[in-house]
Design a protein around this ligand. Structure first.
Ligand SMILES: Nc1ncnc2c1ncn2[C@@H]1O[C@H](COP(=O)(O)OP(=O)(O)O)[C@@H](O)[C@H]1O
Length: 286
């Protein structure tokens, strides 16, 4: 496994001031297409509650020191570790996790026309059209104060619409992982629909037989589909990066999840400190 000891240099601009919004929680988790919508939705809610309870204690620790909420975007290729890192970030920093993929899967579970259409694009490894997703993300973000936005924006049009709606991130995290590792990660990836925990058939085995028996696989986690998703990612990532260059931190993602989180935590700690300084000296905020 590659060493992540030398984390990349991190240069952050002064935090920006964003409009304040009320607090609510995100929804939606991965599911196997063969399970019923009802049990999937219920499991997603149970899983979300567990995560929120764990996060609440951490929130109190960080929020006590931090008045200005953080607004973070996390980006990376399929299986670059966004989901795992989002869990660790929400645990420590108490941000509400909004995942574009989860929003879409929740819409599919609802059986709506938008969900049906979205699934067609997802099965082809393509981006779901803005007409379906932009409004969903806008609604989810509008109910939050701080947020951790995962898998969005993936195109310059999505980035521009975020800007138009007044959602300004403080930090853009890009997870970088070599392509051959990504394919292997995707093929072995499994989800426990009860806890929402992600396993891998080679690298992160389930703790019990009972858990092993209920693991599901995402419908787009096949070798053929992940290669299409990677092509889509590679085609779009440069456009999105160019819009967030001044707030981007590149993270080396091909090492242990703790090491990856160490790099992210360092960047977030620095951001929190900068926000504290600028909230006590408002003239420093741009
Ligand atoms: N921002 C987005 N814009 C358009 N489509 C999206 C977006 N986010 C997710 N999707 C669709 O959902 C699929 C799954 O996304 P996600 O769950 O984030 O997994 P991954 O990043 O591992 O591909 C994508 O392949 C794409 O079809």
């Amino acid at each position: 496994m590659a060493s992540c000891v030398n984390s990349p240099a991190i240069t952050l601009c002064p935090p920006r001031v964003s409009p304040s919004k009320s607090l609510r929680c995100s929804t939606g988790f991965n599911k196997s297409v063969s399970r019923s919508s009802f049990s999937s939705t219920r499991n997603a809610v149970l899983s979300l509650r567990r995560k929120q309870t764990a996060a609440t204690f951490q929130v109190m620790a960080v929020a006590a020191e931090e008045a200005e909420p953080l607004r973070i975007i996390i980006s990376g290729a399929p299986a670059s570790g966004k989901g795992t890192q989002c869990e660790l970030i929400t645990q420590k920093y108490g941000l509400v996790h909004i995942s574009a993929g989860d929003l879409l899967r929740a819409e599919i579970d609802l059986g709506s026309e938008n969900g049906r259409l979205a699934k067609e694009y997802m099965e082809r490894g393509e981006l779901v059209p803005d007409e379906i997703l932009v409004k969903m993300v806008k609604e989810a973000l509008s109910k939050q104060n701080g947020w951790l936005l995962d898998g969005y924006p993936r195109s310059s049009s999505q980035a521009k619409s975020l800007e138009r709606f007044g959602f300004k991130p403080d930090l853009f995290i890009l997870l970088e992982v070599p392509e051959e590792i990504l394919v292997e990660r995707v093929i072995g990836r499994r989800l426990d629909p009860v806890t929402g925990k992600i396993y891998h058939l080679k690298y992160s085995l389930p703790e019990t037989q009972e858990i092993a028996a209920r693991l599901t696989q995402r419908f787009d986690d096949t070798e053929e589909k992940v290669k299409l998703r990677l092509k889509t990612h590679n085609r779009n990532v440069r456009d999105v990066l160019s819009m967030y260059r001044d707030i981007t931190v590149k993270i080396k993602g091909d090492c242990s999840k703790e090491e990856v989180f160490g790099q992210i935590d360092k960047a977030l700690t620095k951001l929190v400190q900068q926000k504290k300084i600028s909230s006590s000296n408002p003239s420093l905020a741009s």
